[in-house]
Design a protein around this ligand. Structure first.
Ligand SMILES: *[C@@H]1O[C@H](CO)[C@@H](O)[C@H](O)[C@H]1NC(C)=O
Ligand SMILES: *[C@@H]1O[C@H](CO)[C@@H](O)[C@H](O)[C@H]1NC(C)=O
Ligand SMILES: *[C@@H]1O[C@H](CO)[C@@H](O)[C@H](O)[C@H]1NC(C)=O
Length: 386
């Protein structure tokens, strides 16, 4: 048996040095990972469709200092493989989403040129995380970011920074409009390396149709992919794409609510855009709670500002639709759409509208009568409407 004899003051000295070393290590770790330490990461998918208020809801998450946010990464998949249909592309899209949740951006190798930077990502500048440290050193990460100033200062940074930044956040949030079937996401829900939650955002199809008409051109390529036309662009004047979107809402909602497998429990939340617009703070609080995020005073002030038509300084708003003008825009279809079109949309989306609490109108008179409320109030039970 060998015995070491160390005198008391030397032992104390060594202990102090070791403790100090560990403390330094720990605090360094903490500077970068303060939010993830000891807590499981959260992966939130905002599942929505085009022109349904998902950019607005996406911003609500993107501006949170704990969130790494990307908007519609599947845009790259669809753009690369535009001759395929949405169904064939589902799995590639799922793989992209899974990789981003794990902060593995190498998945973009298939969809982007080798020479690329942060600005190669679709709509990168709406992501506060890509506009602040450590992705971009021009702005601190706990401030509300501004798309315009971000675009001028942060685009040139190395693409690798996106991955580096992602790893420092406790929440990864992706907004996607290119899923049409909840079952495609089952493998992600059961993946032990993920902690996936799904926020399903819907909007009155008549308001969606009105908004889609305003951005007709930009939607034509996607329309072709939804309808599987082998790369031919499509003007959705027959509302076939809307029909497919409505069908997918019914499928997702029914699957989640009536045929939910056990792994979906507490992992699915349905939100109607109209409810967010009607009472932003209440709905945002509930969405944050679902995602495990705290509503800070700074965010509260910002939300108050954007829902009361105030932008900070004289800079342009980070996104075009604030909740306040959204409230009137939400009703615009009632003045603008010809009743014939309203009838047609109601015909193809009847099932979804009944299920989601959007009341049909039977005449032009009813359509134009703004005293007639067509968005039925939400009941206590989040999953049913009167
Ligand atoms: C990097 O970003 C800037 C814009 O911020 C762009 O002009 C430049 O071409 C980009 N470089 C590459 C290699 O993509
Ligand atoms: C799809 O389009 C490509 C190119 O336009 C064409 O070569 C191909 O034959 C088409 N495929 C089908 C199944 O129509
Ligand atoms: C809200 O608006 C006020 C007035 O324009 C501005 O001073 C303030 O910085 C804004 N706050 C946030 C968090 O955006």
């Amino acid at each position: 048996m060998v015995k070491f004899r160390i005198n008391g003051s030397l032992a104390t000295g060594l202990l102090v040095i070791q403790t100090a070393f560990l403390l330094v290590l720990y605090s360094r770790q903490n500077i970068h990972f303060s939010d993830t330490a000891g807590k499981e990461k959260v992966h939130l998918l905002i599942l929505s469709s085009w022109r349904s208020g998902s950019s607005f809801v996406g911003q609500i998450f993107s501006q949170h200092p704990d969130v790494f946010y990307l908007m519609e990464p599947a845009w790259h998949v669809w753009g690369t493989m535009f001759q395929n249909g949405a169904k064939v592309l589902h799995m590639a899209v799922r793989d992209v989403v899974r990789s981003i949740f794990l902060c593995d951006m190498s998945v973009f190798d298939s969809y982007m040129p080798k020479e690329r930077n942060i600005s190669s990502l679709f709509q990168w500048s709406v992501s506060r995380a890509l506009c602040s440290a450590p992705a971009c050193n021009s702005f601190p990460r706990d401030e509300i970011s501004d798309e315009v100033s971000c675009r001028t200062l942060c685009g040139k940074y190395s693409f690798y920074k996106a991955e580096k930044a992602c790893k420092t956040y406790s929440h990864v949030v992706i907004k996607e409009v290119r899923f049409f079937d909840l079952k495609v996401l089952y493998p992600l829900l059961t993946d032990p390396s993920l902690n996936l939650k799904i926020l399903h955002l819907v909007r009155d199809p008549r308001a969606v149709a009105k908004s889609r008409e305003q951005s007709k051109k930009s939607l034509m390529r996607d329309n072709g992919i939804v309808l599987n036309t082998n790369g031919t662009i499509v003007d959705d004047y027959k509302y076939q794409v809307i029909q497919e979107i409505c069908r997918s809402h019914v499928q997702m909602y029914e699957t989640a609510v009536h045929k939910a497998p056990s792994f979906l429990k507490d992992r699915y939340m349905l939100v109607r855009y109209e409810d967010v617009v009607r009472d932003p703070l209440l709905e945002i609080s509930e969405m944050y709670k679902f995602a495990g995020l705290k509503l800070t005073d700074n965010l509260k002030n910002w939300i108050f500002n954007i829902t009361h038509g105030q932008s900070s300084g004289d800079k342009k708003e980070a996104f075009t639709i604030t909740s306040r003008n959204a409230a009137s825009i939400s009703k615009a279809w009632r003045k603008v759409l010809p009743f014939k079109k309203v009838e047609k949309i109601q015909e193809v989306c009847k099932g979804a509208m009944n299920m989601l609490g959007y009341q049909l109108v039977d005449s032009e008179g009813e359509q134009k009568d703004l005293n007639l409320e067509v968005v039925l109030p939400r009941k206590q039970n989040r999953f049913s409407w009167t």
